[in-house]
Design a protein around this ligand. Structure first.
Ligand SMILES: [Zn+2]
Length: 326
């Protein structure tokens, strides 16, 4: 069956089947959608359905001369889905669309996830010359699929959506052995400082800068994961909290009230870490220095190397965070 990818300026809307849109862009940015954009560019491709563990992923690959075969691209999509499924205990939605658009080049470009009534959709742009090694080392599709596991929330809470994707992507890849502990911490040491509050900060809900949205959100997740582990003697983790959200029936195709969602997540761990941390960081700067956090975890960078201190008070938690369990 041939289906058509319909693109807006910058993002795919997706899959027109027999003239009816099965999924369309649904971004709650407040801007009204200009439907005249819908046919800005078009591409045709074959759709196939990947099946695993009761999940259906409809994969649409733009009909362009990729160096990789369709089978290799399909394997990569399946592999990304498995990383996400491993973290959450199951893939967060039963039915999803992944639309791959071709671009010139040899890397993975941007991705975007969105939910409509009944459909979870990822668009990802990849280079025609991309290699399998480049795909396997890339984070974009995993980041986008992690978005499937959280409901749409009010615009001011966008940091939790992006923060979860940034943080969980690294941890989930480490848990499956796809990323080393050194790589996770190198990424966090470089990225987390970008999430720290600047002098005019008004808290995560009221400071919608790139740094606070992506890395401020990721810092929230790291702090939450550590606190949950501390308060439960390592018996519960952020992963349990996030599984609680999915188990309650939330995913990207729905809307959620953040406080309600965090309360459900806290219930899954038995400690009120997420709500507590949210109240600390939502309308005030919160943590403004990472030195003592890195010292407690026993992680530092010396030259090109990441160095671990096994005597550090939180070194056990540091190990547990990136432990391979697949
Ligand atoms: Zn994202």
């Amino acid at each position: 069956m041939r289906r058509k990818i319909v693109c807006t300026a910058g993002s795919i809307v997706l899959a027109i089947v027999n003239g009816a849109a099965v999924a369309e862009e649904h971004f709650t940015s407040g801007a009204s959608r200009d439907t005249s954009e819908l046919v800005a560019s078009e591409a045709m491709g074959e759709v196939e359905t990947i099946l695993f563990d009761g999940v259906r992923i409809h994969l649409l690959i733009e009909d362009q001369p990729f160096d990789l075969s369709r089978a290799e691209i399909r394997d990569w999509v399946r592999q990304c889905a498995r990383v996400v499924a491993h973290y959450y205990g199951r893939f967060p939605v039963d039915d999803a669309w992944v639309a791959i658009r071709a671009r010139r080049g040899a890397r993975v470009f941007s991705g975007r996830a969105f939910g409509t009534a009944g459909s979870a959709v990822v668009n990802v742009d990849i280079g025609l010359r991309v290699s399998r090694d480049t795909l396997d080392a890339d984070w974009v599709l995993i980041h986008e699929m992690i978005h499937f596991a959280f409901p749409g929330v009010a615009r001011r809470h966008h940091w939790i959506e992006e923060g979860l994707s940034v943080y969980v992507e690294a941890i989930a890849r480490a848990n499956t052995g796809a990323l080393s502990a050194e790589s996770v911490w190198r990424g966090f040491l470089a990225g987390m400082p970008r999430g720290l509050p600047q002098p005019d900060d008004r808290g995560l809900d009221y400071t919608p800068t790139w740094g606070r949205t992506y890395w401020g959100g990721a810092l929230f997740c790291l702090l939450a994961d550590i606190r949950i582990r501390e308060q439960t003697d390592g018996r519960r983790t952020l992963r349990d909290a996030l599984r609680g959200i999915v188990d309650a029936g939330y995913d990207i195709t729905q809307r959620g009230d953040l406080r309600e969602v965090l309360t459900i997540a806290d219930r899954a761990t038995g400690v009120s870490v997420l709500i507590g941390l949210y109240d600390e960081m939502r309308d005030q700067p919160g943590i403004d220095d990472l030195d003592s956090l890195w010292r407690s975890l026993g992680v530092s960078e010396q030259g090109q190397s990441v160095v671990f201190d096994e005597q550090a008070p939180l070194s056990e938690i540091r190990h547990a965070l990136t432990m391979r369990d697949l």
